[in-house]
Design a protein around this ligand. Sequence first.
Ligand code: GLY
Length: 567
Amino acid sequence: MASTLCAAFAGSVVASAPALAKTPPPKPVLDASAVAAPDRYGADTAQQIFAAGGNAVDAAVAIAFTLAVTRPEAGNIGGGGFMTLFMDGKPYFLDYRERAPQQATRDMYVDDKGNPVPGMSAVGHRAVGVPGTVEGMWEAQQRFGKLKWKQVLAPAIRYATDGFPVEPWLQQRRDAAAKNFAGKTNFDAYFSNLKAGATLRQPELAQTLSRIASDGGREFYEGRTADLIAQQMYGHGFVTKQDLLQYKAVWRQPLAADWNGYRVIAAPPPSSGGIGLIQMLKMKADLKPAFDGLELNSAPYIHLIAQIEDRVFADRQQYIGDPDSDTVPTDRLIADAYLAQRADEVKPDEVPGASPVTPGLGDSHTQKAQTTHFSVVDKWGNAVSNTYTLNGDFGSGVVVDGGGFLLNDAMDDFVTRPGSVTAATAATTAGASAEINTVAPGRRPISSMTPTLLLKDNKVALVIGTPGGSRILTSIFQVMTNLYGFNMTPADAVAAMRFHHQLLPQKTIYFEPYQPIAGELAEQLKAMGYTLEAQSFNGDVQMIRVEGTTPEPIADPRGVGVARVMR
Ligand code: GLY
């Protein structure tokens, strides 16, 4: 019967018929696809996209739009970020970081005495940089996606239209942010209905997403959404329609370095994270004799890591900024010989702060939970590690009237008073940096976002990232060290205690609420000369390890993330 049908069909083929597909579909190389997302809606979205035949990029773009609805404090279309990808055997990096508007000036956040005006770069219209997220998602999906653009936006539009139940943690974050924005922005007009137990529907956001779905990513920069943003800014902020028209995401060469038998693929400038992560990994390897036999997270272990971190952050504040507007000595900062020399400066027995640590080439923040990260692999062996941000919780607090989405306060990541790095600014902003990170028209501010991949034999072995401002790179470093240096399981490696130190404030070790440094360890560190400081923020690592052909996703127990394997 089958052969008869085939013969009859073959007989009907005419000369003008389209050619039959000659390339066989790629064969799966992994047992399954997997996701580690910062909420269950992100994981559900990935599942739907994979069921529809999508790949890791389709899933990543769909998750990013979904989180713009379900995680309004951090997921976004009004912010920006970085995506590190491994597609068809090759690594890529997409920079869709926010940019300073053309009217921005170097001293726009200081008073006439040259002092920073508190809050000016962080709250309200003046804090807003030109958003990059929609352009980034559009670029990635057009280049690598398999599904239709409309298909990847569909889950987000559904969540915005139908709503989702608000959990208590989200209302708590809303309440804290609302105090900050009170009387300064229209935040409450949009988000006063964000109440635990209630269903949050966002009809204006649903319309914006529907326009972007129908007209493509440039709608945000050229269409009605661009007009709404420009209207919102008019008379209050600096972003104009011209800024939006000019915005382009940039494909950059990802950083790559060999470490421990793996190829580390990490974020290049304007991220400081890739350089910092590679510096930490390599300096720790150079200091193997000093680390040998030290118990994980013991006082002497923390002391050695803190000395490494002093050097990473001294370099970061001096040398890292937007590579499109200044020269960043990236290669020199991750060169083996340079890092061996820096590692050599670390003295296990030295009292903290005894020798001043300065930038190492010889020439010349920390509560930022409002970023979010997700990791995806597909069964074809592709991977996406994506971190994006509004910067502060709920960004600038400014909602685009008629558009229903929040705008970032990324301008706070520039240094507002060039050259002066105080303990306070170092602890609270990525803007603890030098001339290279001053405000300038079109410039991208330094970032700590570090979406990272590890490859083994040119196959994905790890996909990892987290929010956390300057703690991002130190957190990723610790999880990787737990995993590969202490042979922990992926779940234990992510769950283990994390600490943070970053040169300034000097001799300060930050600890997390999830596993505070207390008891004997606290006493030992204090006796060594450290000050311990509690931070209010836990990281939220979303990681996938691939062993052989099996992906194992882990969502950080500190957050509400969901890890899922999809066969
Ligand atoms: N806004 C946080 C970061 O870019 O690191």
